[in-house]
Design a protein around this ligand. Structure first.
Ligand code: URA
Length: 189
């Protein structure tokens, strides 16, 4: 298995799709390489592109507060995205861009091997669960995934758009994460 450092080195030099022409930084991922809890978002936005760090803009501040709300800090978890370079104007990543990047997130998940893997929003959920079912149906329910569990939750940007209803849904999703961390993943069917 490739180390996280060597995966990062390769990702920083990646020119496998045209996003390399417009990116400022590759946003590889950040946090604890031994984390029991890993988050996967969609793709970097403007702030992430500028800093090289995932989830540091508005969505990131909301994600941080949700993580802290279940008694953890960002340093204890690992945070990454399906696509590592910012799509211009925050458009959705295209299938070719996802295909070019997919091996990296697969290797990160394999390396970190979290007990609880959380997909943030439709994009990561559909890709990792290979499903067409939408996030509103799947959110908050753990499914067995590679020896641990995967829990789809609303993307923080969707939480913000839904206002106080979104926050209530997000807090309930994060309670499911807390519960999964406290229980034996082999019990999840
Ligand atoms: N949205 C994402 O999906 N990822 C980020 O890193 C920031 C915003």
């Amino acid at each position: 298995m490739q180390s996280l450092d060597s995966l990062r080195t390769n990702a920083l030099a990646c020119r496998n799709c045209s996003l390399c022409e417009t990116r400022t930084n590759v946003v590889f991922g950040a946090g604890n390489p031994n984390a029991e809890l890993m988050f996967v978002g969609e793709a970097p936005g403007a702030q992430e592109d500028l800093t090289g760090e995932p989830f540091v803009g508005r969505s990131g501040r909301l994600l941080t507060s949700l993580i802290e709300g279940i008694g953890l800090t960002r340093d204890q978890v690992y945070i990454s995205n399906v696509v590592k370079c910012r799509p211009p104007d925050n458009r959705d990543p295209e299938p070719g861009e996802v295909a070019a990047c997919a091996p990296i997130i697969a290797s990160q998940i394999e390396y970190i091997s979290p007990r609880v893997l959380v997909t943030l929003g439709n994009f990561a959920t559909k890709l990792l669960l290979e499903t067409k079912t939408g996030i509103t149906k799947l959110r908050g329910t753990p499914v067995a995934y590679r020896g641990g569990v995967l829990i789809p939750v609303l993307h923080p940007a969707a939480v913000a758009r839904r206002g106080s209803a979104g926050l209530i849904e997000a807090r309930s999703d994060f309670e499911a994460i807390k519960l999964a961390l406290a229980s034996d993943p082999s019990e999840v069917k």
